[in-house]
Write a protein of this length. Structure first.
Length: 231
Protein backbone atom coordinates (compact mmCIF):
# COMPACT_ATOMS: atom_id res chain seq x y z
CA UNK A 1 0.00 0.00 0.00
CA UNK A 2 2.80 2.45 0.93
CA UNK A 3 4.68 1.69 -2.30
CA UNK A 4 1.55 2.30 -4.41
CA UNK A 5 0.99 5.65 -2.71
CA UNK A 6 4.42 6.81 -3.82
CA UNK A 7 4.27 5.43 -7.40
CA UNK A 8 3.67 8.76 -9.04
CA UNK A 9 6.64 10.41 -7.33
CA UNK A 10 9.99 10.37 -9.17
CA UNK A 11 12.19 7.49 -8.02
CA UNK A 12 14.77 9.37 -5.99
CA UNK A 13 12.19 11.44 -4.10
CA UNK A 14 10.07 8.37 -3.39
CA UNK A 15 13.05 6.52 -1.96
CA UNK A 16 13.92 9.53 0.21
CA UNK A 17 10.40 9.73 1.63
CA UNK A 18 10.16 6.00 2.24
CA UNK A 19 13.51 5.98 3.99
CA UNK A 20 12.46 8.86 6.23
CA UNK A 21 9.28 7.01 7.18
CA UNK A 22 11.22 3.82 7.90
CA UNK A 23 13.55 5.70 10.22
CA UNK A 24 10.78 7.00 12.45
CA UNK A 25 10.68 5.84 16.08
CA UNK A 26 14.14 4.31 15.95
CA UNK A 27 15.96 5.62 19.02
CA UNK A 28 13.74 5.64 22.15
CA UNK A 29 10.18 4.93 23.20
CA UNK A 30 8.14 6.19 26.17
CA UNK A 31 8.10 2.64 27.59
CA UNK A 32 11.88 2.88 28.05
CA UNK A 33 11.43 5.26 30.99
CA UNK A 34 10.02 5.08 34.51
CA UNK A 35 8.98 8.72 34.83
CA UNK A 36 8.14 8.53 38.54
CA UNK A 37 11.66 7.28 39.26
CA UNK A 38 13.41 9.88 37.11
CA UNK A 39 11.26 12.84 38.18
CA UNK A 40 9.77 13.90 41.48
CA UNK A 41 6.11 14.99 41.43
CA UNK A 42 5.61 18.70 40.78
CA UNK A 43 4.56 21.00 43.63
CA UNK A 44 0.83 21.27 44.25
CA UNK A 45 -0.77 24.71 43.82
CA UNK A 46 -1.54 25.04 47.54
CA UNK A 47 1.98 24.11 48.70
CA UNK A 48 4.56 26.70 49.75
CA UNK A 49 6.67 25.82 46.72
CA UNK A 50 3.65 26.07 44.43
CA UNK A 51 2.81 29.54 45.72
CA UNK A 52 6.46 30.60 45.43
CA UNK A 53 6.48 29.54 41.80
CA UNK A 54 3.42 31.68 41.06
CA UNK A 55 5.12 34.64 42.75
CA UNK A 56 8.25 34.04 40.65
CA UNK A 57 6.23 33.89 37.42
CA UNK A 58 4.43 37.13 38.27
CA UNK A 59 7.78 38.78 38.92
CA UNK A 60 9.14 37.52 35.59
CA UNK A 61 5.98 38.68 33.84
CA UNK A 62 6.51 42.19 35.21
CA UNK A 63 10.09 42.22 33.89
CA UNK A 64 9.28 40.89 30.42
CA UNK A 65 10.40 43.22 27.63
CA UNK A 66 9.34 43.51 23.96
CA UNK A 67 12.72 42.02 23.03
CA UNK A 68 12.01 39.05 25.31
CA UNK A 69 8.62 38.54 23.67
CA UNK A 70 10.20 38.62 20.21
CA UNK A 71 12.72 35.93 21.21
CA UNK A 72 10.08 33.84 22.98
CA UNK A 73 7.86 33.99 19.89
CA UNK A 74 10.73 32.87 17.65
CA UNK A 75 11.30 29.86 19.91
CA UNK A 76 7.67 28.79 20.08
CA UNK A 77 7.89 26.61 16.98
CA UNK A 78 10.83 24.44 17.98
CA UNK A 79 13.38 23.70 15.29
CA UNK A 80 16.85 22.17 15.55
CA UNK A 81 18.20 25.04 13.50
CA UNK A 82 17.70 27.67 16.17
CA UNK A 83 21.21 26.54 17.13
CA UNK A 84 22.48 28.37 14.06
CA UNK A 85 22.77 31.25 16.54
CA UNK A 86 25.65 29.28 18.06
CA UNK A 87 27.05 27.43 15.05
CA UNK A 88 26.57 29.97 12.26
CA UNK A 89 24.26 30.63 9.32
CA UNK A 90 25.70 27.66 7.40
CA UNK A 91 23.80 25.43 9.88
CA UNK A 92 20.50 25.32 8.01
CA UNK A 93 18.20 22.58 6.66
CA UNK A 94 18.73 23.46 3.00
CA UNK A 95 22.45 22.74 3.18
CA UNK A 96 22.14 19.84 5.64
CA UNK A 97 19.35 17.49 4.46
CA UNK A 98 20.71 14.38 6.20
CA UNK A 99 21.23 16.26 9.44
CA UNK A 100 17.76 17.80 9.17
CA UNK A 101 16.06 14.39 8.99
CA UNK A 102 18.18 13.01 11.83
CA UNK A 103 17.51 15.93 14.16
CA UNK A 104 13.82 15.97 13.28
CA UNK A 105 13.60 12.34 14.40
CA UNK A 106 15.54 13.14 17.59
CA UNK A 107 13.15 15.98 18.36
CA UNK A 108 10.03 13.98 17.47
CA UNK A 109 10.95 11.00 19.62
CA UNK A 110 12.02 13.21 22.54
CA UNK A 111 8.67 14.97 22.28
CA UNK A 112 6.80 11.67 22.37
CA UNK A 113 8.57 10.69 25.59
CA UNK A 114 7.77 14.08 27.09
CA UNK A 115 4.09 13.77 26.15
CA UNK A 116 3.93 10.44 27.94
CA UNK A 117 5.51 11.99 31.03
CA UNK A 118 2.99 14.86 30.95
CA UNK A 119 0.16 12.31 30.98
CA UNK A 120 1.63 10.73 34.11
CA UNK A 121 1.84 13.95 36.15
CA UNK A 122 -1.05 15.89 34.52
CA UNK A 123 -0.08 19.29 35.92
CA UNK A 124 -2.11 22.31 34.84
CA UNK A 125 -0.42 25.23 33.10
CA UNK A 126 0.36 28.30 35.24
CA UNK A 127 -2.34 30.43 33.61
CA UNK A 128 -4.93 27.81 34.58
CA UNK A 129 -3.73 27.80 38.17
CA UNK A 130 -3.68 31.60 38.49
CA UNK A 131 -5.45 33.91 36.00
CA UNK A 132 -2.98 36.70 36.79
CA UNK A 133 -0.48 34.82 34.62
CA UNK A 134 -0.73 36.24 31.09
CA UNK A 135 1.28 34.19 28.56
CA UNK A 136 3.37 36.10 26.04
CA UNK A 137 2.37 33.70 23.26
CA UNK A 138 -0.63 31.51 22.44
CA UNK A 139 -1.72 29.37 25.38
CA UNK A 140 -0.64 25.74 25.18
CA UNK A 141 -3.35 23.11 25.63
CA UNK A 142 -1.17 20.24 26.86
CA UNK A 143 -0.17 19.53 30.46
CA UNK A 144 2.68 21.52 31.95
CA UNK A 145 5.12 19.09 33.61
CA UNK A 146 7.73 18.55 32.25
CA UNK A 147 8.36 21.31 29.70
CA UNK A 148 8.64 19.91 26.18
CA UNK A 149 10.56 22.94 24.90
CA UNK A 150 13.08 22.64 27.73
CA UNK A 151 13.40 18.90 27.12
CA UNK A 152 13.68 18.89 23.33
CA UNK A 153 16.09 21.81 23.16
CA UNK A 154 18.38 20.12 25.68
CA UNK A 155 18.32 16.77 23.87
CA UNK A 156 19.18 18.60 20.65
CA UNK A 157 22.00 20.51 22.35
CA UNK A 158 23.50 17.33 23.80
CA UNK A 159 23.25 15.65 20.40
CA UNK A 160 24.90 18.56 18.59
CA UNK A 161 27.61 18.65 21.24
CA UNK A 162 28.65 15.20 20.00
CA UNK A 163 29.35 16.82 16.61
CA UNK A 164 30.75 20.10 17.94
CA UNK A 165 32.36 19.33 21.33
CA UNK A 166 34.14 22.70 21.38
CA UNK A 167 30.72 24.39 21.29
CA UNK A 168 29.12 22.24 23.99
CA UNK A 169 28.87 24.97 26.63
CA UNK A 170 27.35 27.45 24.19
CA UNK A 171 24.88 24.88 22.83
CA UNK A 172 23.71 23.92 26.31
CA UNK A 173 23.46 27.58 27.32
CA UNK A 174 21.20 28.24 24.32
CA UNK A 175 19.04 25.25 25.22
CA UNK A 176 18.76 26.51 28.79
CA UNK A 177 17.62 29.88 27.50
CA UNK A 178 14.82 28.16 25.55
CA UNK A 179 13.66 26.52 28.78
CA UNK A 180 13.98 29.67 30.88
CA UNK A 181 12.01 31.56 28.25
CA UNK A 182 9.08 29.21 28.76
CA UNK A 183 8.80 30.41 32.35
CA UNK A 184 9.33 34.01 31.25
CA UNK A 185 6.54 33.47 28.72
CA UNK A 186 4.13 32.32 31.42
CA UNK A 187 3.72 28.95 29.75
CA UNK A 188 5.53 26.87 32.36
CA UNK A 189 6.47 26.78 36.01
CA UNK A 190 10.22 26.85 36.75
CA UNK A 191 9.98 23.27 38.05
CA UNK A 192 8.54 22.19 34.67
CA UNK A 193 11.64 23.60 33.00
CA UNK A 194 13.99 21.88 35.46
CA UNK A 195 12.19 18.55 35.02
CA UNK A 196 12.49 18.87 31.24
CA UNK A 197 16.25 19.12 31.55
CA UNK A 198 16.47 16.12 33.88
CA UNK A 199 14.41 13.92 31.57
CA UNK A 200 16.30 15.22 28.54
CA UNK A 201 19.56 13.86 29.90
CA UNK A 202 17.95 10.48 30.57
CA UNK A 203 16.61 10.42 27.01
CA UNK A 204 19.96 11.36 25.52
CA UNK A 205 21.78 8.68 27.53
CA UNK A 206 19.31 6.12 26.16
CA UNK A 207 19.62 7.41 22.60
CA UNK A 208 23.42 7.46 22.56
CA UNK A 209 23.44 3.72 23.30
CA UNK A 210 21.27 2.97 20.26
CA UNK A 211 23.28 1.71 17.23
CA UNK A 212 20.90 3.37 14.75
CA UNK A 213 21.29 6.69 16.55
CA UNK A 214 25.07 6.31 16.52
CA UNK A 215 25.07 5.52 12.80
CA UNK A 216 22.86 8.48 11.88
CA UNK A 217 24.84 10.75 14.19
CA UNK A 218 28.04 9.87 12.32
CA UNK A 219 26.41 10.65 8.98
CA UNK A 220 25.15 13.97 10.32
CA UNK A 221 28.60 14.73 11.70
CA UNK A 222 30.26 14.05 8.35
CA UNK A 223 27.74 16.28 6.58
CA UNK A 224 28.00 19.09 9.11
CA UNK A 225 31.79 19.18 9.23
CA UNK A 226 32.07 19.06 5.42
CA UNK A 227 29.51 21.85 5.03
CA UNK A 228 31.10 24.00 7.70
CA UNK A 229 34.50 23.60 6.06
CA UNK A 230 33.11 24.47 2.62
CA UNK A 231 31.57 27.68 3.98
Amino acid sequence: MARQAFRWIPGILAMTMLTAVARAAAFVQPADFDFKTILTPPPTPDSDEGRQEIDELLKLQGQRTPQDVKRITSESKMTPFLFSEVLGSWFNPDDLPTTAVFLANVMKESGAVCSAAKDVFRRDRPFKVDPRIKPAVEKEKTFSYPSSHSLRSMVLALTLAEIFPDQKDALIARAKLVGDDRALAGQHFPSDVAAGRILARAIFQKMIQNPDFQSQLEKAKDECLATEKAK
